[in-house]
Design a protein around this ligand. Structure first.
Ligand code: CP
Length: 340
């Protein structure tokens, strides 16, 4: 992958060297994300940050990442606030918005919609999540987090043992993560989901065809023992055709301190793409784990900034000029700390 000027729509675009390249640039972003230095390398550039479906961390971290590189951000949130509500096609919309923007980040509820938009865009488009299909920047930040967490345990992504738990049918973050894991070696994947919410068969086949071991479980306790990473997901209620259907799955799988202590190996890393559903009826990842040092969920969200900065720097071809446009910060940064 060349990156420069390219759309980033699917993790299928990435081979292992591409993943390594993103991680290498993400590492270089640490001093800027940590407010040790600032850079103006994208001064004058405009990101159109267009989210037609609810988002907190993807939307804000794309915008913050662009700001941290010195660029400006224009936000569009919700279909009702755009001319799509008047019947404008995604292709017309792309032709207009790409004339206003150097790069576009976009989320939409329909699978394939971001690719349709990108096909008419004159500026590079980064997929911030399209329906149940893909969420490539989430997969990259998840994998980056996995690599860092494993490194602190003297392990690598090759030979990783991971359990992925919950709604594996509609979870786009899981779909992208599993596809991206396929480019590594000897990965062992436990897919833990209730009947009706299993992983799409083409993703299972992709992993198996690359020589990885895939096991499926319907009981939480059986699937989460003997893994390095426990990756929990929310039931994607917004994808169900009726509330009654969603209600059937709510609260079926709950990871909490007692389950974790009883069934997981010590030091198993706990991850979740967030948001987690903390309402009493759901609680797929209990807040009673919040003081567990193996809970990496807020390290994931911090890493989202590094990965999204790296994607912008690669796509806009400034990876070699970040330092040259840097300067010291001017405010008191001791008031801010990273998640330990
Ligand atoms: N992980 C994720 O996509 O979160 P948001 O929906 O808040 O963007």
């Amino acid at each position: 992958m060349n990156f420069v000027g390219e759309h980033i729509l699917s993790v299928s675009q990435f081979d292992r060297a591409d993943v390594d390249r993103v991680f290498q640039i993400a590492d270089k972003m640490e001093p800027y994300a940590n407010r040790q230095k600032i850079t103006r390398v994208l001064q004058g550039a405009i990101l159109s940050n267009m989210f037609f479906e609810a988002s907190t961390r993807t939307r804000v971290s794309f915008g913050s990442a662009f700001n941290l590189l010195g660029g400006d951000v224009r936000e569009t949130t919700g279909v009702s606030q755009s001319a799509i509500a008047k019947g404008e096609s995604l292709r017309d919309f792309a032709k207009v918005m790409s004339g206003y923007s150097d790069v576009i980040a976009m989320r939409h509820s329909v699978a394939g919609s971001v690719a349709e938009f990108a096909s008419a865009s004159r500026s590079p488009v980064i997929n911030g999540g399209d329906g149940e299909n893909e969420h490539p920047s989430q997969a990259l930040l998840d994998l980056y987090t996995i690599a860092k967490e494993l490194a602190s345990r003297d392990k690598t992504i090759d030979e990783l043992r991971i359990a992925v738990v919950g709604d594996l049918k509609y979870g786009r973050a899981v779909h992208s993560l599993l596809k991206l894991l396929a480019v590594f070696d000897s990965v062992s994947v436990n897919l833990v989901s209730p009947p009706g919410l299993q992983t799409p068969p083409e993703i299972v086949e992709l992993l198996q065809n690359q020589g990885h071991i895939v096991s499926t479980f319907e009981r939480l306790e059986e699937g989460i023992s003997a893994v390095d990473i426990l990756y929990v997901t929310r039931t994607q209620e917004e994808r169900f055709s009726s509330q009654e259907e969603a209600d059937r799955y709510r609260g079926l799988f709950r990871v909490n301190e007692a389950i974790y202590t009883q069934h997981c190996e010590p030091n198993t890393v706990i991850m979740h793409p967030l948001p987690r559903d903390s309402r009493a009826a759901a609680q797929e990842l209990s807040e009673d784990l919040d003081n567990n040092p193996n809970l990496a969920i807020f390290r994931q969200t911090d890493n989202g900034i590094l990965i999204r900065m790296a994607l912008f720097a690669l796509v806009l071809d400034v990876t070699d000029r970040i330092e040259e446009h840097s300067s010291p910060v001017t405010w008191n940064t001791r008031i801010r700390t990273r998640d330990p």
